[in-house]
Ligand binder design. Structure first.
Ligand SMILES: [Fe+2]
Length: 370
């Protein structure tokens, strides 16, 4: 990995979100920040003002530009004195990172990605599990509850620690929100610390010939739960996503059936296709509708989820199929009682998707093919 400049608390993470890569990096001092890709410059600015009063920088780079360039250069100037007139900054510090875009199936036979969730602030074993493909990993999915709670903005760093260890800022990462991320003083600011599209933590994105719908079930109990003390409005947030799914289904030519798209995956921290025990048996009408839209109109290959602290495959018609899904739900994030960790290793070809449940010693627990 590159020698990191002293400002960076971790390597940058290159999140795929919408049609962009959101290049984000946690920092330890005030600085102006931008990214150069070829002749293009992408600034972290707020309506023309370069942002420095932050511990997390982000720039959005159109995916096609970075895919073509295959490298990017982070540039910063630390602040000396940001006075109203003639502010003073240090010299530029530049660091170049190679980047490996995801190739389409015209260029490659196989795309490999690893799925991690539910690390709850303890990244060591999940990182070991995530090394399953070694250098052949193409991209990473971090699917919620990576942190244990959002009580402090410093907690978000663990997301970047895992991305650093497994991608080094050189490969894409898809990141979603889990229910534990909803908790704590800084939860309302998570969109400033993780990828979001127009401020929303649900979105779509594409990598090579793979299309992703990232959904956010938010909390796991009803909004009225005393545990939340009136601080959540998740039902309204889920209704937004019902409309969003209808919108995706209404425009297949630009989403799941866009030219070149071969497989569609739904990424959600929670496997909403089953009904959990009370008080977690919420939103049945909403989740039935989501499942129906997906099954009848969008037809994804798989739902990939965590949250259950299990590593299981839930097939259509099985005991966990509450609403009649026609796609498997792959539950692949298990922090085990003995301290080990199981995640999901996915290998995608034009024809099929196979997935393994693998642990931090690279043992394979189960193999499935779709
Ligand atoms: Fe969870």
């Amino acid at each position: 990995m590159n020698q990191l400049p002293e400002l960076f608390r971790t390597a940058p993470a290159v999140f795929a979100a919408g049609e962009d890569y959101q290049i984000m990096v946690p920092v330890n001092a005030q600085a102006l920040f931008w990214v150069e890709v070829g002749e293009h410059k992408f600034y972290d600015h707020a309506n023309g003002i370069m942002v420095s009063d932050t511990d997390m920088h982000r720039v959005c780079v159109p995916q096609n530009i970075l895919d073509e360039a295959k490298s990017y250069t982070t540039v910063y100037r630390k602040i000396i004195n940001r006075k109203p007139y003639f502010p003073e900054t240090e010299e530029e510090v530049r660091t170049t990172f190679a980047f490996s875009p995801i190739r389409g199936f015209d260029e490659t036979d196989t795309v490999r990605f690893y799925h991690i969730a539910d690390t709850h602030g303890r990244p060591e074993k999940p990182i070991e599990a995530g090394k399953y493909f070694g250098e052949n990993l193409d991209f990473l999915i971090l699917n919620g509850d990576i942190i244990d709670h959002s009580g402090d903005t410093g907690n978000f760093e663990v997301i970047f620690r895992i991305a650093e260890a497994l991608t080094g800022g050189k490969k894409p990462v898809i990141c979603s929100r889990g229910n534990h991320d909803m908790r704590g003083f800084c939860a309302e600011r998570i969109k400033d610390y993780t990828p979001a599209v127009n401020g929303k933590t649900y979105y779509t994105t594409r990598l090579g010939d793979l299309y992703f719908i990232i959904l956010d079930c938010a909390e796991d109990k009803d909004d009225s739960s005393p545990e939340y003390g009136h601080t959540v409005a998740c039902h309204a947030f889920r209704e937004e996503q019902t409309a969003y799914l209808y919108d995706i289904a209404a425009h297949p030519e630009t989403t799941t059936k866009a030219p070149g798209v071969v497989h569609t995956f739904v990424i959600s921290h929670m496997p909403f296709t089953h009904i959990d025990n009370p008080p977690f048996d919420i939103e049945q009408d909403t989740y039935r509708e989501w499942t129906r839209i997906l099954t009848e109109e969008i037809q994804p290959e798989l739902l990939i989820a965590g949250h259950m602290h299990r590593a299981e495959i839930w097939m259509p018609g099985g005991k966990n199929d509450a609403y009649g899904q026609d796609f498997p739900a792959v539950i692949c994030a298990e922090p085990c009682r003995d301290g080990s960790y199981i995640g999901g290793a996915f290998t995608v070809t034009r024809e099929d998707v196979s997935y393994l449940l693998t642990d931090d010693s690279r043992n394979v627990a189960e193999l499935h093919k779709n």
